[in-house]
Design a protein around this ligand. Sequence first.
Ligand code: SF4
Length: 299
Amino acid sequence: MLGDGAYPRYEGGVFRPPSEAGSLILQVMYGCSYNRCAFCGMYRDRRFRIRPFAEVKEDVENLDPAVKRSTARVFLADGDALALPARSMLCILGLLKAELPGLERVGAYANAHSLLRHTDEELREIHDHGLEMLYIGLESGDDETLARTGKGATSAQIIEACRKAKRAGFALSLTAILGLGGVERSLEHARATGRAFSAIDPDYIAMLSLMLVPGTPLAEAAEQGGFVVPGPTAILRELREIIAETDVTNAVFRTTHASNYLALEGTLPEDKEAMLAALDWILANGNVIPLRPEWLRRL
Ligand code: SF4
């Protein structure tokens, strides 16, 4: 349902990365063009469709004048803004530039297949018109884990899509999920994820820790004993292995998301040795550092 007369209007719950907390959220599409990842419950309540440009235009033009003047950042929701054709995206970016005098940055979630569907020229044009920051879910660099959790893309495809986005000039923020390989593929998942980060060389890396969302296929598999979520110590070991395998030029690395047991923040490669030393010490000394308790963890 569109809202109550206030602009912008929203349909369903709206999600955005933590770093877009201060951004104006503008829905340019509803849901996720894929919507089949076994661990994800974000958009299961809605059917994927692209929002008509006239409606988006109405939302932006009718913003409160004070909001127009003060908006520096916009996040284009929902789950995969690059599912829009390039021409539609350029119209939206042109509209934002015309209506928001203080606009500095536009960001969006992007899916590997949507990125791969656009040509290099289209991506460059979209970037040059103001969409600068893309948030991409790698989830895992381990193909077996990606296949088991129904991600719908291989690590090679995600790496190719990310490299294509980087060539077009986008800043990339990647997420991956600790624990996604289950107990069975815990370390394979971790090491392959670090190698994928190295192959992509993103600007930001944000780790989440798996939390089963009721009603998702992964939660059902866990209920039936077909998937076992690694415990906190195994999750910290995964984190250690990911950092050890990640070889990047300059990336902010964070585990500050509320799903994680331990909040770390640093820059790689600069802080790599210090982060590894801290994790090795914690792993060797048991429960000396209080981890975030289960009841405080959230997505
Ligand atoms: S994880 Fe991303 S691509 Fe997968 S269903 Fe959720 S929003 Fe869509």
